[in-house]
Design a protein around this ligand. Structure first.
Ligand SMILES: Nc1nc2c(ncn2[C@@H]2O[C@H](COP(=O)(O)OP(=O)(O)O)[C@@H](O)[C@H]2O)c(=O)[nH]1
Ligand SMILES: *[C@@H]1O[C@H](CO)[C@@H](O)[C@H](O)[C@H]1NC(C)=O
Ligand SMILES: *[C@@H]1O[C@H](CO)[C@@H](O)[C@H](O)[C@H]1NC(C)=O
Ligand SMILES: *[C@@H]1O[C@H](CO)[C@@H](O)[C@H](O)[C@H]1NC(C)=O
Ligand SMILES: [Mg+2]
Length: 414
């Protein structure tokens, strides 16, 4: 059984209530812009409006018991039901795309990734490819990329309101943080923080993604080692999977000092958002008391967009965003996505693609099953597979998800 520690005092509730009220206003505004499974979204918007109204009334009257009512009864709690329409397409070609957030200066690195992904998978399956940038893509970039991709290619400019400081962030405090975090990777970087916040809360809201249910995230300078001879999107869809990953690892605690406390506060308000068969065991060794720092490395994701579009995730993101840790700390999209997927989904909807050989510096996912390795012409060294390495969270995942570990996994602890 999973227990989130339920110890919130009056003051925390008050803060939480205030944040929730603010975020509900935002959700109300943003949800209307979203397509996807339309009828369900409209239902959700309907209940959100209700929740928003009664919440505001509760706050205005300083009546927090009313707020508790509003926050737990106003919203249909089922993320899984929200995602379900994506599976009605079973047997037919999934609405899927590649999505890449990238800078103009990274052209050569992204070309390397593209050539590789095309060769190992997409020359056969021909999915669209969406490129996003906070600056206009140059002609050189667009031409270079388009030349390598025979399928549909689209370039999107990120709207300014998705890459900025919200008014509730104290920019002086944010700047002070960057000065004292020079001992942390990207600790002093402002753009990296915007990037992590964007990948957490916004990429899936870009209008170019509206027509899709599924995405595969690709970054510059990654490598696919094996041929992928089946349609991974079709496989996800037809098997009702939601989130697929290759690599896992432990987060640097200095970047997410208060992320878990904030998460606990949120789910204390919404315990009903967590399905019974969740994957808490992947992210916590003590049933939710503390975070074990495990996360899916989000530079690779094959996932369903409706997870992030769900009211439950949107609400979680807004709650985190108001807490300020994207700027006052350096919260990464990897732990944010991982915690959300682990708590909002059933464990059997999260999948490790052991068969997709993958590298993002400095780690490899390489099939340790000899048959898989041979059949797919893998170019990696299984001895270097990171999955079951002691610095990885693969073992934690397999055990928590109840998936059988492949033969010989113990030899890969490093
Ligand atoms: N457009 C844009 N993309 C960015 C920016 N910063 C990072 N990215 C992209 O975000 C992703 C993650 O950044 P990366 O430098 O690879 O971070 P790392 O993988 O954590 O070392 C990559 O796809 C980058 O191209 C930025 O300021 N603008
Ligand atoms: C509820 O919200 C709707 C739409 O935002 C608004 O028109 C209505 O006046 C609100 N009702 C109350 C009681 O605040
Ligand atoms: C913003 O943060 C700075 C530094 O922490 C603090 O001195 C200032 O009072 C804050 N401003 C507001 C409006 O809270
Ligand atoms: C998180 O909450 C725990 C338990 O309430 C507390 O002991 C700890 O100091 C908090 N950590 C931070 C960083 O706020
Ligand atoms: Mg990267």
């Amino acid at each position: 059984m999973v227990i989130i520690p339920f110890t919130i005092n009056r003051k925390q509730l008050r803060l939480g209530a205030l944040a929730a009220a603010l975020l509900l206003v935002i959700i109300n505004l943003t949800l209307y812009g979203n397509s996807g499974s339309t009828s369900q979204i409209i239902n959700k918007v309907g209940s959100f409006t209700l929740g928003h109204n009664s919440t505001s009334v509760a706050i205005a009257n300083n009546n927090l018991d009313d707020f508790e009512m509003a926050s737990t009864t106003g919203i249909n709690d089922d993320t899984l039901a929200f995602i379900k329409p994506s599976f009605t397409n079973k047997g037919q070609r999934p609405k899927a795309c590649f999505v890449t957030l990238v800078k103009n200066s990274e052209l050569s690195g992204i070309l390397r990734s593209i050539k590789n992904v095309q060769q190992k998978f997409n020359n056969e399956f021909r999915y669209d490819w969406i490129f996003l940038n906070d600056k206009e893509f140059t002609e050189e970039f667009k031409l270079g990329v388009t030349n390598e991709i025979p399928s549909v290619v689209k370039f999107g400019l990120i709207p300014e309101e998705h890459w900025f400081y919200p008014e509730y962030i104290n920019q002086t405090k944010a700047a002070n943080t960057r000065e004292v975090m020079s001992d942390v990777l990207y600790g002093t970087s402002e753009s990296y923080r915007h990037m992590c916040r964007y990948q957490s809360g916004f990429f899936w809201r870009h209008p170019l993604l509206d027509e899709y249910d599924w995405y595969w995230r690709v970054e510059p300078n990654i490598k696919l080692y094996c041929d992928t001879k089946y349609d991974v999107f079709q496989w996800m869809q037809d098997n009702e999977k939601v989130y697929g990953f290759t690599l896992t690892m432990y987060e640097n605690i200095k970047t997410i000092n208060t992320l878990w406390n904030t998460t606990v506060d949120f789910f204390n308000l919404h315990p009903d958002y967590i399905p019974k068969d969740n994957l808490m065991g992947f992210i916590s060794n003590d049933e939710g008391e503390t975070y074990n720092l495990c996360h899916f490395w989000s530079n690779f994701e094959i996932a369903n967009l409706n997870l992030w579009r769900s009211p439950q995730y949107q609400e979680y993101f807004e709650y985190l965003d108001h807490a300020g840790g994207f700027f006052y700390e350096r919260w990464g999209d990897a732990p944010v996505h991982s915690i959300a997927a682990s708590l909002l989904l059933n464990k059997d909807q999260i999948h490790h693609f052991a068969d997709i050989g993958y590298r993002h510096e400095p780690n490899d996912n390489c099939p340790i099953d000899t048959n898989v390795w041979k059949q797919n012409n893998c170019e990696c060294n299984p001895k270097k597979d990171f999955t079951f390495h002691k610095y990885s969270c693969g073992t934690q995942f397999y055990d928590a998800a109840g998936v059988k570990k492949p033969e010989g996994w113990e030899l890969h602890r490093g």
